[in-house]
Each structure stands twice: as structure tokens, then as C-alpha cells.
Design a protein around this ligand. Structure first.
Ligand SMILES: [Zn+2]
Length: 434
């Protein structure tokens, strides 16, 4: 499975030939007809001499393309890619700007992990792209290690609220249509860029120094306000445990439709009405998605192969929230899930689970058990010092499992090579420890 390439899990998504610095997305969207008319302006840097610029774009149709202001660039489209030929090759190290006018009726992208990306709800839209759904709504370099700034502008029917990646910078209404603008300076992976549209009420809050907002259909007010109230205390606890919250704000969207699973986006998380039962039935998931803001969104993956760095940490954060909020201890969660993992059939190599098992529950639980075993080896003080150093030194950077292993070694008096080998590179489940 391991061939050394960071693209081995999604070989057809993204390219190392260039890096995007900034996406400016101007979207004109009609909820009633699912019609998107858009322009993407992409500022990027060539990493190699570029005779062609290849972007991921699925189902939507490019109408006109300009490179560095030239009148029209030649381009061709396959079902999954847009290939642009600039008038002259772009030298390595040079910045360039591509402007793409495109349109169509966006649909989710079908993948081995189900349907991903832009998705119509009964009355609105969600974007849930992880891992390869971003090209369902904008042309992009769809690899997780390519992180860029975003400016997003969405115009749609006036009745709807729009929440998108970025801090809100404006809202105006004209001719029955509302325009919403957002600005995200922090480097953001394509899979974490999102737009959420619905008839939402916005409830702004401030906790532990962080502005956060819950957006929800007013009919769900009681259930949502009850179930998401702990976000404030989670922000406080997680900042103690993991270090400062990485973004200026946090947005929680709860859709009118039920959703199978919630999903994190940059400084945002989306839940379905099914996650707001009014009895805190999904509290662990509320903690999980918030924890991704540190693990996955700020400290990001260089390669999907290291998905445990996202999901193992977010799952362990669920157990930590349980512990600090007066529920079962993380140790008890670890024992229960470790016992359950031992009974599960099939082998899983946590450090290289393979694309089909990327989102397998065993990646989450075994990753969290690894962290608990490491905590027992290092002791609480050192372990949480390690976590805070990890988030501080790698804030807005991409990392690999080897980076975490090297950092953990710095915090350990005993060598950890055998420990990480057993947990990450061998299929057999190691003992949890004492
Ligand atoms: Zn997760």
C-alpha cells in the first residue's frame, strides 16, 4: 500500500505542479432551480514549468478562461478535470492568475465514500466535501496539502441565509436577492471550504474568548439551543487541553433535513436535525467536530494516508470531553473500545489503512486508543504539553505521522519507536498498557 507518494489514496485528485495561494469565488445561485453561475479567480504559483494548468472540476461547465489577463485561454474538459493551456509555458516559481467563468447544476460527486460535495437539501444546500467533493462546486487543486486563502461571495434568493468558509464581511439585499461575502485568510484545504444555504436563524454567542454562532431552522430552536449549548464549555476545556482555538470564530449549522453524519469545515461544522434530539444525544459528535478545528483544520494532513491524525485525535477529544464534563473517564472509554476492537474481524494498519478504510470506525477508535496509551506512558502533564506543542508548532501547517512521532520522542524519556511501530504499522492490536 505504501509507495511514498502522498497521492496514493486519491491519485486522480490534485497536482503537485502548482500551489494555490488564494481562491476568489463569486457564486450566483438559485435555490429554486439549483442553478449556479460562477467565476473563480485563482492565484497560484508554478512549482514546475507549466505547459498546462490542470484543475479538478466535476460536472460543471467552464465557459471562459483567462490566464494572467490574456483574452482567452484554450481549455478542454473531461468529466473530472479542466485542462488550460496558457499562451506560453509558465516558468517554475512564477505566480499566475487563472479566471474561470463556469456554470451548471451542481450535484454531489459519487465516490467510494458515498456522495460528496455540493448537495441540495429539501430547502437549501450543504457542502460536505471530505475527501474529494470540492470540485463539485469550484475548480480547484484538490489535494489536502494545498491550502489557500479564500474570498467567497454568494448571491441567492433573499429568504435564505448563507454561511460560508470565512469571516462574514458583508450582507446586502437587492432586487429580492441577498449577497453575502466572506473572507478566510487562514490557509484552508479545498475539502474544508464550504457553503451552507438555508432558512436559518442565527444565534451569536461568545465563550472563552471565541465568537461562535449557531444557525438553525427556527422550528428546531429549542432542541438546537439545548444540544449545542455545551459548545461554550467545550471551547473553554479544549483550549485548556489543546491550546488556543485557531480561528477568529466558530459556526455551527444545523440543517432542517436529517443527516447521516456531521462534518467539519474550516471554522465550521454542519449537523443534521437528526443530531439535535433535544436530549444531548449527539454531544460526543458536537465535541468531535469542534476538536477538528485543532486537529485536521489548523494542523492539517499532508496526505490522506495519515487520516488517523485527524480522526484519532477528534475521537480522543470526545473521550476527553466526557472526562472533563463529569462523564465516563477517557481511560474507561479506551478500555471499552480497545476490548471492542479486539473482537472486530480483519486487519487494519492504522498508519496506512488504505483508501477503502480511511473512514473506518477502527481508524477513529484505534487512533484514540493509541493516544490514550501514549498518555499513560508520558503522564498527563507531559502528554497535554505534547498536544499543545503539536498544535502550536504546526498551526496552519500540514503534517505527517512521522512529524507527530518525532515530536512525541522529544517528550518521552524512553524511545517510542517500538510503540509507534506496534500501533501504526502492524495490524495486531497492541495492549492498551496499564
Ligand atoms: Zn471526524
Amino acid at each position: 500500500m505504501t509507495d511514498g507518494s502522498p497521492h496514493v489514496y486519491l491519485p486522480r485528485s490534485g497536482t503537485d505542479d502548482f500551489s494555490v495561494l488564494r481562491y476568489d469565488l463569486d457564486l450566483d445561485y438559485r435555490v429554486a432551480t439549483n442553478r449556479l453561475d460562477a467565476t473563480a479567480t485563482i492565484r497560484a504559483r508554478a512549482e514546475v514549468p507549466l505547459a498546462a494548468i490542470v484543475l479538478d472540476l466535476v460536472h460543471l461547465k467552464a465557459k471562459k478562461v483567462r490566464v494572467d489577463g490574456q483574452k482567452r485561454a484554450r481549455f478542454t474538459q473531461s468529466p473530472t478535470h479542466l485542462r488550460i493551456t496558457p499562451a506560453a509555458p509558465i516558468p517554475a516559481g512564477t505566480e499566475f492568475v487563472v479566471e474561470i467563468a463556469y456554470d451548471g447544476s451542481p450535484v454531489p460527486r459519487r465516490s467510494r465514500w458515498g456522495t460528496l460535495g455540493w448537495e441540495e437539501l429539501t430547502d437549501g444546500v450543504i457542502v460536505a466535501s471530505q475527501p474529494s467533493g470540492a470540485p463539485s462546486w469550484f475548480p480547484c487543486n484538490d489535494r489536502p496539502s494545498d491550502r489557500a486563502a479564500y474570498g467567497i461571495r454568494v448571491t441567492t434568493e433573499q429568504a435564505y441565509a448563507v454561511l460560508a468558509t470565512g469571516e462574514p464581511t458583508g450582507h446586502s439585499v437587492s432586487g429580492g436577492r441577498g449577497t453575502w461575502t466572506f473572507e478566510r485568510e487562514e490557509p484552508t484545504a479545498t475539502y474544508l471550504a464550504a457553503v451552507q444555504i438555508g432558512r436559518y436563524t442565527l444565534e451569536p454567542r461568545r465563550s472563552a474568548g471565541v465568537e461562535w454562532v449557531v444557525a438553525y431552522p427556527s422550528a428546531l430552536a429549542q432542541r438546537v439551543l439545548h444540544d449545542f449549548e455545551p459548545v461554550g464549555r467545550m471551547l473553554e476545556s479544549f483550549q485548556d487541553l489543546f491550546g488556543p482555538y485557531p480561528f477568529p470564530s466558530y459556526t455551527v449549522v444545523v440543517t432542517e433535513d436529517p443527516l447521516e453524519i456531521p462534518l467539519e469545515a474550516q471554522a465550521m461544522a454542519t449537523f443534521g436535525s437528526s443530531h439535535a434530539d433535544g436530549r444531548s444525544g449527539s454531544e460526543r459528535l458536537v465535541a468531535h467536530e469542534l476538536a477538528h478545528q485543532w486537529f485536521g483544520n489548523s494542523v492539517g494532513l499532508a496526505s490522506w494516508r495519515d487520516i488517523w491524525l485527524n480522526e484519532g485525535f477528534a475521537c480522543y477529544a470526545e473521550w476527553l470531553w466526557s472526562e472533563v464534563s463529569g462523564g465516563m473517564s477517557a481511560a474507561a472509554h479506551a478500555r471499552i473500545h480497545h476490548a471492542a476492537l479486539r473482537l472486530k474481524p480483519g486487519a487494519l494498519v492504522l498508519g496506512d489503512p488504505g483508501p477503502d478504510s480511511m473512514f473506518d470506525d477502527r481508524v477513529y477508535k484505534r487512533g484514540a486508543c493509541l493516544l490514550h496509551a501514549l498518555r499513560m506512558r508520558l503522564g498527563d502533564e507531559t502528554f497535554f504539553d505534547l498536544l499543545r506543542t503539536w498544535t502550536r508548532e504546526n498551526r496552519f501547517r500540514t503534517v505527517t505521522s512521522a512529524d507527530f512521532e518525532a515530536l512525541a520522542e522529544r517528550f518521552s524519556e524512553e524511545p517510542l519507536a517500538a510503540f509507534f511501530d506496534a500501533w501504526l504499522r502492524r495490524p495486531q492490536l497492541p495492549a492498551l498498557g496499564h
